[in-house]
Design a protein around this ligand. Structure first.
Ligand code: SF4
Ligand code: SF4
Length: 368
């Protein structure tokens, strides 16, 4: 049986604000029945890396907070720390980054609680019985929350092909060591003949795992590399390819298993909002946002994480690639995420269905 995905297209024929429509989407998707009076409600979002501009704007988070309070919930904004050493690898920097990007009590009317604590070690083991992991470690604030509203900015991703709600929940709420376990299969490989010794990868590697060797070719220290994939995206000469120790599916499957852990015990208590706007080819962990590959499409809401990801993916596929972006020249019907990232991001959707997280079958209901 298909799940319902509610869709507010960017264009409003009645000239209604998208902020108001986000509130309407939450109501249509069933936020009232997901929240009981007194529930601690985690609003899972990505605060954006410093310099990034693709994350979901705080005005939409403020509306989400208002809806949660309307139904008696106690909302808090949350995300877990990153493994790489940007502005979100510990709670102090993370909070500073959030405030710099516009997320503060004054702007969104709710506190921020970093899910895995000051240094990424406040986590809980959750049983998932997956193909890769028996248990996964999830940030404790997310585990102990009674309900959740997952706010996702839909985009491409250099390592997983597609960044949707599954990735937001699975990779996003895994603690730092969990992120290491998810990334462990991904290893970059330098093609010496293509390397121009520009050192861009050396500067970008978050853990300083790359040096220029004596023969002026980038060399990777695999004992330090944790497989984030940033060097692959940073290299202007396509000199860094991907070496998979197991299969390309592994990373996406591991993310799904972590998503299952983060959602455990919250049946009927989670609502998803996905913004199919500013669809950048890369993730929001970068300190910049590349030109969107398609024009702004709209916002989706559902209680099915699989259906909402499938719908978001399909809407981008159906759109026309934007001139001047990495989607230029791609027509309606072409799979843009796979084309710009080289990775089939639908593998996670298929695996999530197998893991019982939802269905890729959906009915799209337009909300004005
Ligand atoms: S994948 Fe590349 S950028 Fe990431 S840690 Fe490894 S060498 Fe560094
Ligand atoms: S970014 Fe690419 S071309 Fe530049 S040093 Fe690294 S591998 Fe070589």
């Amino acid at each position: 049986m298909p799940s319902t995905v509610y869709f507010a297209p960017v264009r409003s024929l009645k000239k209604r604000s998208m902020v108001t429509r986000v509130g309407a989407l939450l109501e249509r998707a069933g936020i009232k029945s997901a929240i009981e009076a007194g529930d601690l409600v985690a609003v899972k979002l990505h605060f954006g890396e410093q310099g990034n501009t693709g994350f979901v704007h705080p005005v939409f988070i403020r509306e989400t907070v208002a809806k949660i309070k309307l139904h008696g919930g106690k909302p808090f904004l949350t995300d877990a720390n990153t493994l790489y050493s940007g502005m979100r690898s510990n709670a102090v920097d993370h909070l500073q980054c959030a405030v710099q990007n516009g997320f503060s009590y004054a702007t969104v009317d709710a506190p921020i609680v970093i899910a895995d604590g000051i240094d990424g070690r406040e986590a809980v083991d959750v049983r998932v019985d997956g193909e890769h992991f028996e248990t996964v470690r999830i940030g404790s604030a997310a585990v102990h929350a009674d309900a959740m509203v997952v706010v996702t900015h839909v985009k491409g991703h250099e390592a997983t092909g597609f960044g949707g709600a599954l990735k937001n929940v699975g990779m996003g709420l895994g603690c730092r060591s969990a992120k290491q376990r998810m990334h462990a299969d991904f290893k970059p490989e330098v093609v010496a003949e293509k390397c121009t010794a520009c050192a861009r990868c050396v500067r970008w590697c978050p853990v300083h795992a790359i040096v220029l060797g004596p023969d002026r070719v980038a060399e990777i220290d695999y004992a330090t590399c944790y497989g984030c994939g940033e060097c692959v995206a940073a290299c202007p000469s396509a000199a860094i390819g991907v070496q998979w120790k197991t299969t390309p599916e592994a990373l996406q499957e591991k993310i799904v298993e972590h998503a299952k852990g983060a959602l455990a015990g919250k049946d009927g208590k989670v609502v998803y909002l996905s913004f199919v706007t500013a669809v950048s080819p890369d993730c929001d962990c970068w300190s910049f946002s590349d030109a969107p590959i398609v024009g702004d499409i709209g916002v989706l809401a559902s209680t099915d994480i699989v259906a909402i990801d499938r719908a978001a993916y399909d809407l981008v596929t159906q759109a026309v690639g934007l001139p001047g972006s990495r989607g230029e020249g791609m027509g309606a019907g072409q799979d843009k995420f796979t084309a710009v990232t080289g990775v089939d991001g639908t593998l996670a959707i298929d695996y999530a269905r197998k893991m019982g997280l939802g269905t890729p079958e959906y009915d799209l209901v337009v909300v004005e």
